[in-house]
Design a protein around this ligand. Sequence first.
Ligand SMILES: Nc1ncnc2c1ncn2[C@@H]1O[C@H](COP(=O)(O)OP(=O)(O)OP(=O)(O)O)[C@@H](O)[C@H]1O
Ligand SMILES: [Mg+2]
Length: 216
Amino acid sequence: MFKLKNIKFRDILTVDELELKAQQVTCIVGKSGGGKTTLLKLLNNLISADSGTILYKDREIDTYNPTTLRREVMMLPQQPVMFSGTIRENFNKTLRFTEREPASDEVFKDLLQQVGLNLPLEADTKDLSGGEKQRVALARVLLLHPETLLLDEPSSALDDETEDFIISMVVDYTRKRKGTLIMVTHAMSVAERFADVTITLFDGKIQRVDTLNGTL
Ligand SMILES: Nc1ncnc2c1ncn2[C@@H]1O[C@H](COP(=O)(O)OP(=O)(O)OP(=O)(O)O)[C@@H](O)[C@H]1O
Ligand SMILES: [Mg+2]
């Protein structure tokens, strides 16, 4: 799905060679400042490498129309920003801004249930806790059914039990739809439990790549 070769982004990230396969769950782990978010942003073409190539589906990533690319490959940022207004308004605006068909309250309620939120659609997002906002932001992304999900620490504001619930849900969702999930996580337990492949970044370089069958 993604093939990186000789990538350099400033002095922040260097990747000689990396392939991220479709229909896999990949976890990216490593110390703060190691380059995890930078790697996700490159995969979404939110930033461009200074040198090297990134192929997405065997075509250079920067030859895709950004809108087309981000319909297929969607990133949930580390600190998601809510639109002002209610949860319903957040869902509606998400659909409108991505030029999708409107959806019913039933769809929205199902999504809230999926992310374990027992809140009315009328709830104002400015009153939500950090973990609740994070889950509304995840629900907004799931509403759009991207083929590939790039999640940047989707459970950083959640307690262990809720983290487990959310990550299990998103992994099941991905596997059922034969999608691709690439997720930054601080929790090694998450990587150990769910990842087909775990990439450890340290100081802007890949330190190791572990697969279910061993270390590459
Ligand atoms: N646009 C930028 N300009 C300058 N430095 C940057 C930029 N983006 C990131 N950095 C620096 O690059 C390094 C890697 O940042 P990155 O956000 O990728 O780390 P991270 O692994 O996601 O860290 P964390 O776990 O804290 O989120 C950091 O030292 C950061 O300060
Ligand atoms: Mg980060």
